[in-house]
Design a protein around this ligand. Structure first.
Ligand code: PEP
Ligand code: MN
Length: 336
């Protein structure tokens, strides 16, 4: 349920109203917009008397929210949420690029890639230290050492870092990681989502391989419900019958998510495509559909990569994509 307050509503009366709602066991999320203030109510609102709320002289209107996600709902928070990490900003009029290898392999590799992607305009460095691999015999990542190498690359370049967590018992290892990624395979690891709701760091939440938009937003809701409002949604392609691509990029997810939610939406064309030359057209399509950022896999030697080399761009290819994206954003009046 949302309460739209009257403009210039008496502050003390509003406090009294919030207090009485909280006494009924409800949590109030306040959103102060440019023109309106909205109070989103979370909890069992079935016994709330809408008519008496409407009669309150601080209240303009009251509406029920039918969707199961509340804090992630745009009705609760009409303005776009902007997530800021170093110089990176996602949401509203802000667009940023995240780039780096699928997995951190060596000091030379991660530093070389970090320098290159920074020079091309990326504002965040990605790199997996814990890798969710289909085969137990495939490279699983460098674990704690991988995170240390990422921190070294951050020190060298100043780029904040994003890395995937696969198990909550590793959370302490992520204390200096700027953004924690929840991978597609963990999108519905609800205990993990609950814990990340209290971690105080921005979360890059990837859409599950076969999850609906509503399920995706419900997973974001878990993080928001814990009090962490810094959630970036990432569309990375879904499973369909199509085998020509690794996944199928769900372009409609971008405007749909932005319509239903205030959270920023980033697109990962690398995992969606699985093919390097498809990354550019998918990235352009994502920008045209309103994405707030891109996450692209870049490797200094894709042929020798220990993970996802087949979809990685070289630094030169990434630079060329970024030039085109910059021009496209400028045409739209947005900036990279
Ligand atoms: C990744 O970002 O390297 C990754 C494993 O992605 P996803 O969880 O989307 O498959
Ligand atoms: Mn990958």
């Amino acid at each position: 349920m949302i309460i739209i307050l009257k403009q210039n509503a008496d502050k003390e009366k509003v406090q009294g109203l919030l207090h009485s709602l909280e006494e009924q066991g409800l949590t109030c999320h306040r959103s102060d917009g440019a023109h309106t203030t909205i109070i989103g109510l979370v909890g069992d609102t079935s016994r709330v008397d809408i008519n008496s709320l409407r009669a309150n002289d601080t209240v303009e209107d009251v509406k029920r929210v039918s969707e199961p996600y509340k804090a992630a709902n745009r009705k609760f928070h009409p303005d776009d949420t902007v997530v800021t990490v170093g110089e990176a900003r996602f949401g509203g009029t802000h667009f940023s690029a995240i780039a780096g290898p699928c997995s951190v392999e060596t000091e030379e590799q991660i530093i070389e890639v970090a320098r290159a992607v920074k020079a091309s305009g990326a504002k965040l460095l990605r790199g997996g230290a814990f890798k969710p691999r289909t085969s137990p015999y495939a490279f699983q990542g460098l674990h704690a050492e991988g995170l240390e190498l990422l921190l070294l690359a951050k020190k060298e370049t100043g780029l904040p870092i994003v890395s995937e967590i696969m198990d909550l018992s590793h959370l302490e290892l992520f204390r200096d990681v700027d953004v924690i990624q929840v991978g597609a395979r963990n999108m519905q690891n609800f205990e993990m989502l609950k814990a990340l709701g209290h971690c105080g760091k921005p979360i890059l939440l990837k859409r599950g391989l076969a999850n609906t938009i509503e399920e995706f937003l419900m997973s974001a809701e878990y993080i928001l419900a814990g009090g962490n409002e810094q959630v970036i949604l990432c569309e990375r392609g879904i499973r369909t019958f199509e085998t020509a691509t690794r996944n199928t990029l769900d372009i409609s997810a971008i405007p749909l998510l932005k319509h239903h939610s205030h959270l920023p939406v980033v697109v990962d064309p690398s995992h969606a495509a699985g093919i390097p030359w498809l990354v550019e057209p998918l990235a352009k399509a994502a920008v045209a559909a309103g994405a707030d950022g891109l996450m692209i896999e870049v490797h200094n030697n894709p042929k020798a990569a220990l993970c996802d080399g087949a979809q990685s761009l070289t630094p030169a290819q990434f630079d060329s994509v970024m030039k085109k994206i910059k021009a496209q954003l400028a045409f739209e009046g947005r900036m990279l």
